[in-house]
Structure formats: C-alpha cells, structure tokens
Design a protein around this ligand. Sequence first.
Ligand code: ARG
Length: 559
Amino acid sequence: MYKKIASIIQDALPHKLITNTEIEQLLERPKYQHLGDIAFPCFTLAKSFKKAPDIIAIEIGNNIKSDFIQEVHVVGGYINLFLNKLQVTRDVMAKIMIAHELYGQQEIQQKNIVIDFSSPNIAKPFSMGHLRSTVIGNALANIAEKNGYNVIRVNHLGDWGTQFGKLLVAFQLWGEKERVQQSPIEELLKLYVKFHDEAETNKSLNEEARSAFKALEDNDPQAMALWTWFKSASLQEFKQIYEQLHIQFDTYEGEAFYNEKMQSVVDELKKKQLLTESDGANVVELEDMPPCLITKQDGATLYATRDLAAAFYRQAQYEPSQVFYVVGNEQTLHFKQVFQVISKMGYPWSGNLKHVPFGMMLKDGKKMSTRKGRVILLKDVLKEAVETASRNIEEKNPTLNNKQNVADQVGIGAVIFNDLKNFRLNDIEFSLPQMLNFEGETGPYVQYTHARIHSILEKAKYTSSNEVTVMELENSAWEVIKLLQQYPQVITDSFEQVDPSLIAKYVLQLARIFNKYYANTKILVEDEQLESRLQLCFAVATVLKDGLKLLGIKSPESM
Ligand code: ARG
C-alpha cells in the first residue's frame, strides 16, 4: 500500500523531485485515526521547492487524484490521506485470497545469506543464551526467506578449543565410561567443573590440559577418539532439542571443521605483514580496540582464528551478500576484531559481516547461568512449558483431540514468543505463568485467536475460493483490513532492521484488533455480507498463521 500511495503522490508532484522510495520512507501513520490513514510530511521538500512546507502541502494535496484516496486533508505541512475503504479492502483481500500463505512474499533475490546461529558448545549444557540464539536465528532465517533470499543455516558448533584439553585430562583422571554414556552432557559438565575446582590448588593440571589439547591438535588417535565420542554424544542431545523446536540446519560445520583451514589465513596475514609478535604469541594490531590474538606461544589457535577461517570458507563457498552472526552481546568485541582483521587484509566483503547481538535471559531479575550450581537445563524448561500447557488444556478443553500435540505446540510456542516479542537487545525475563497466559501478550494468545477463527470457519463450512466477494464492511472491520494491508511492509521492515520482534508485535496487534472486531460483530449471521465476513476471518487466520510460522511457532487448529 505504501508503494501505491508513493506512486500516487509522485504523480501529484510538478516534476520528479524525489524517488518513489524516498516518498515511501517519508510516509507516516497518523497518531489518531480521525486525522487520516496515511500522512505525507512536506518539510524536507522545502529546499527543492523553495517554498514553505504548508504551501507545498496545499499544492501537492490539490493534485492528488486516485480511486484509492477518498479525501485529502492538508494540515500545516502535512498531507493527510483518507483511503477509500472499499477500494483498499478489495485490493488487500484480493491479494490474500490469491496468495494465501504467500501473501507478503517478496521477490526472489538470487542472493545468499549465511546465518550462523545456535552454535552451542559440545560437552556443555545447551544454555539459555544458546536458546535465544536458536530462536532469533531461526526467525531471521525464515524472515530472510520470506524476503526472497536464499538462506544457509549454519550451526558453528563449539567443538574445538583449549577446554577440550581440560576435559580430556579430567576424563582420564576421574571419568567413568558408563556414566558418560548414560547422560553425556551432565557427566562431562561435572568433569569440567571438577577440573576447575582441582586446578585451583593443583597448578600442574593446567599444564597437562595444554599438552592434551596440543595432542588433539596434532591428531593424536587416543585424544581424537575421546573427542569424537564426546562430540557425537553431545550432538545427539542437541538434536533432540532442535527436533522439539522444529529447527533444521544446512550444516553443522563447527570450529573443528576449520582445523586444516587456518594455516592459509595465518600465512596470508604474515605475507601481508599484519602479524606482530608479542611474547611469542602472534597478534594483529587493530584500530580503536585491543589486538586480535591469532596464535598462542605454543602455536595453539584460538576462537578468533577459527572464525577468520570460517569467514573465508563461507565467502568462497556461498558468496553471501550478508552473513549474520546471531551471538550474545558479550561477544561484541570478538566480532569487531574478526571483522576488522578481514578488512585490514583488504577484503571489502568484510562489510557484509554482521554481528546480530542479543541481551540476557533473566530469572527473577538475575542472569540464568549454567555455572555456579544454578544450572537450569533447557530440556527441563521446555518440558515444564509443555506440562503447563497440558494442564491448561485439561482445565479448559479436556475433550480436545490430539491433546499432547497441541500441548507441545503451545508450550514451545510460548517460550519462543516470549523471547521474540522483545527487541533482541533487551534482557528478557523468564516466567512460565506469564508466557503461557492466554490473555496476555503471549504466543498462546495469538495461537488461540487463530484456533478460534478456525472454529468459526468450520462452523460456517467455509471453503476458500479465489474469488473476492467483499463489499463495504462495518467500520470495525476497517481496522482489521488496514493491519492486513501492512503485513508485507512489516515483512520487509523486520528484515531490514534484523528484528523479528516487529513480526511478533504485529501478530499480537492483529489478534487483538480481530478480537475487538469479533466482540462487536456477529459473524455467523445469514445476510448478504456473510461471505465477506468469512473471507475476512480466513484472511486474518492465514496471516496469523504465516506470521507465527516466520517466528518458528505452530498454529494448532483447535486448542
Ligand atoms: N560456540 C560459541 C559460544 O557458545 C558461539 C559461536 C558463535 N558463532 C561464531 N561464528 N563465533 O559462545
């Protein structure tokens, strides 16, 4: 609609002073409905027009002619437009009835976007931070696809690094094979914690760990065998979580994948005279930030070295137009350093690399930590969410079909939505009762609205057709229509701003506005507008379902 309005305004200009896109960016939504549906502020035109904004507004306003515009009100430097409700309604409804869930789908771009997300560390529990990365990354991937991009979902597993030296030593000293087999992550974490406790008093342990990691980097078969086992056991647990969340990756190329690929980066850094020696270690000096450590005294590589190798590999492999790293904001410096190293090497594509940071998950205002004994296991959290959803169903709708499935979808949906409704940089509070509240700003509220519409359509034995029979609907429907018409814009905004919360807020609002309409309107009345109302219901359900799907949330048909 903004595109359409922009071209209508363009036609009203005396000559092409600004582009349609610029007009589109200037368009605003008036704060109050009685002021109009869309406003065009003329202030920035004053220079090129060499006239006062209110004069410009009158001149352009007088020129606006279109079926889509009912009325033009000029107020100061603003042109306030009232849309022709019937035209707009027909236009929006026709689009949805033809496209269904493809409504809002943007043109195919022939461009790749790599999204590096989730990326947990093996032999450690899947943390709340990794959950955030997982749901934000997955939503961004879906949103990028809806915006016409080809997405490569990469799980950059933390499967390499000095911590594995510690784990190897700990396992050799205190490990029991059977226990690790039974619950790998729990046992390995215990071993890791024990290592740290013991190393406080026994300093030689750290030395042993260093040489164990060296053995690993040198492909020592015994060390490799243990590492391979730890990795596959951890992956098995992680994959259960991904299955529960319905999340898939195109590759699990983690840190270890880059072992053979780092040397060429180090060589190139040397050749380009970017490496400096500092106490036997090699670093790249950077502007406005601490140097980036590339190799340690003993030659061991680092997290940053592997990220450099990964960036080069992905560039060669996918030629991505953008790479998103969905990682907590505590790693901001790390990514700044890596990106600057690549830029210093002379690669302009370093500008396509983007850290997408997010805040912390809090419980009772405190960080949910996997250390310090306050261990909160994600699988327990998800289990609890599903159980709570299950109890709600037993209470409200005990005869529901397929209860377990619905409880899964609602419980998991609640956890995901609670995360994504917030701007990602904000810290978020984890409270199950709050996120499962059917009345609040929650996933279940949106899911419930969708299911309710479904049951209305079912009662009416509605079958969707591509033919639009919409006529003038009640005033309360107009609010719904205007929101439906905004959906494609929300899709592009959420991609451009790398912000899934725009979609979450949108579906909440659509659900709320629909429920308001539903409270004021009898839908299932046999009159000549019945079909129009049913089509409106169908359109809302379609968009709610698609919006939730972009967020990675299922829409049960009854609940
Ligand atoms: N495994 C890391 C961690 O848990 C996150 C990896 C993020 N991706 C990357 N390319 N560095 O902190």
